[in-house]
Design a protein around this ligand. Structure first.
Ligand code: FUL
Length: 481
């Protein structure tokens, strides 16, 4: 009898103590550098070069170096504003299409070293990097592949030049979190005085694979941006619009910067074989560079809020351009709008009502993966179903009738992006009422709906490539409707 009892308790213990295995990763997953990048969500773009002084958007490459002469350059002001605005980093146009370098490159004369600014002894990148360090911001660089100043542009020698510049950037300024490879090429330029049109084949000319190796070797944690990644992709427009359906996946093997892919970059590829999430680049003004005549056209805080919803709220990072002016300062109008937007954002998301509330689920994988994981405030825990359950429901019981008008959802993307379709309902006046339909989730989705007085909110995952893994659900009562 005694023996039988102890056998019985061993069996009970074995079943209760059995470790439930976590879901296996499904499809491509983010690398460590991509995981860190997803967390940044919102950072600054700074378009600043000779164009700031010549009032152009694309410099021809023939501008005198002496035109670059900011009267009060203060990168600490940029960084201070970025920090106060809640941004996590600054990416600067180290070199735009005109070829002018904001650092004293040893490989060209077309740089700050031949300007009158600081008697040619200045280095904007050095000042900005110091300022970013001081304010705890990440630092990134844009190095235009198209160079309208270079005499060797279009020849193999140009690649040697371009890579030498890239090495300078990657070795002289400490940690770099993102390198921006733009895809534009208009053909014509100064090209060392030739003033002609130079056509290159975007597919082959730049030999990107070998340029990428340099970045990986010198800055292993740096993300590389281009139309086609490899680490983050263009969203396909410059108007701030992320796609509602947005896969972090891309079949990028046949793609290259400057190719004709804009229309499919928003959604990415549901069956993509690489993790290449979207980044939304957009300017706070109509132009990328500062033009005094656009001082009255700075986006309003409300408009910036809309951009936030259409970028961060759609599983993308927001790279917001705030171009320094001729003084070398962020203009008062831009600063005012940015900081007011930051206040709006705080108010928008300060009233969260779901955290710690009782959660019930239609099914769960078991201990460690319960519904309560979606609102425990811990991004490392998640609700998951058994492998065979590719749909499921989560009900958050708000306890009492509560007003809500925003929902935020996150998948545990370290295990891949899975959800294909979801919807949200509210229990109000004794019935379940439809609120929103959705498709993908990924790192983060934030959706608005008209104010609803609900006692419960239900998230239904109707379709998922593999068992859903949801790490976070937040519900807000934002001001207004
Ligand atoms: C484009 C460039 O041609 C613009 O001047 C700007 O730098 C934008 C971010 O990318 O392709």
């Amino acid at each position: 009898m005694k023996k039988l009892l102890s056998l019985f308790s061993v069996i009970i213990c074995l079943s209760a103590c059995a470790q439930i295995t976590p879901p296996a990763p499904f499809g491509p997953v983010p690398s460590e550098r991509q995981q860190a990048w997803h967390e940044l969500e919102y950072y600054m773009f700074a378009h600043f070069t000779v164009n700031t002084f010549t009032d152009k958007e694309w410099g021809y490459g023939d501008e005198k170096e002496s035109v670059f002469n900011p009267s009060e350059l203060d990168c600490r002001q940029w960084a201070k504003v970025a920090k106060e605005a809640g941004m996590k980093g600054i990416i600067i146009t180290a070199k735009h299409h005109d070829g002018f370098c904001l650092w004293p490159s040893e490989f060209t004369e077309h740089s700050v070293k031949n300007s009158v600014w600081k008697d040619g002894k200045g280095d904007v990148l050095k000042e900005l990097k110091q300022a970013c360090d001081e304010y705890g911001l990440k630092f990134g660089v844009y190095l235009s592949p198209w160079d309208r100043n270079s005499a060797v542009y279009g020849t193999p020698e140009y690649l040697v030049y371009y890579r030498n510049q890239l090495r300078e950037l990657l070795t002289k300024y400490g940690d770099i979190y993102e390198v921006w490879f733009d895809g534009a090429n208009g053909g014509d330029g100064f090209y060392g005085g030739k003033r002609e049109v130079r056509k290159i084949d975007n597919r082959t000319f730049y030999d990107w694979a070998n340029t990428h190796k340099i970045v990986r070797e010198l800055q292993p944690m740096a993300m590389m941006f281009s139309d086609a990644g490899p680490d983050t992709r263009w969203v396909g427009n410059e108007s701030g619009m992320g796609s509602l359906t947005n896969w972090c996946l891309l079949n990028k093997d046949e793609m290259y910067p400057g190719g004709n892919f804009a229309s499919m970059l928003g959604e990415g590829n549901e069956d993509g074989n690489y993790w290449v999430p979207a980044e939304v680049d957009v300017s706070i003004r109509p132009g990328w560079f500062f033009h005094a005549k656009q001082d009255s056209l700075v986006r309003t805080p409300e408009n910036l809020m809309e951009l936030y919803y259409s970028s961060v709220g759609r599983n993308s990072n927001l790279l917001l351009n705030v171009p320094p002016d001729r003084r070398g300062l962020l203009h008062e109008n831009d600063v005012k709008s940015l900081l007011a937007f930051s206040e709006l954002r705080k108010k928008e998301f300060e009233n969260e009502v779901a955290k710690g509330k009782k959660v019930t689920v239609s099914a769960s994988r078991g201990k460690g993966y319960e519904g309560s994981r979606v609102n425990d405030g811990n991004p490392e825990t998640y609700w998951a179903t058994k492998d065979e359950d590719k749909s499921g429901e989560i009900i958050i019981d708000l306890g009492t009738e509560t007003e809500v008008n925003r929902i935020l959802l996150q998948e545990y993307i370290k295990l891949g992006q899975r959800v294909q379709e979801f919807k949200v309902e509210a229990f109000a006046d004794g019935v379940w009422k439809h609120l929103i339909d959705g498709t993908t989730i990924g790192h983060k989705v934030i959706r608005k709906f008209p104010v609803e007085k609900a006692t419960k909110i239900k998230v239904i995952i109707n379709k998922s490539k593999a068992c859903p893994v949801i790490s976070n659900i937040e519900l807000f009562r934002a001001p207004g409707n």
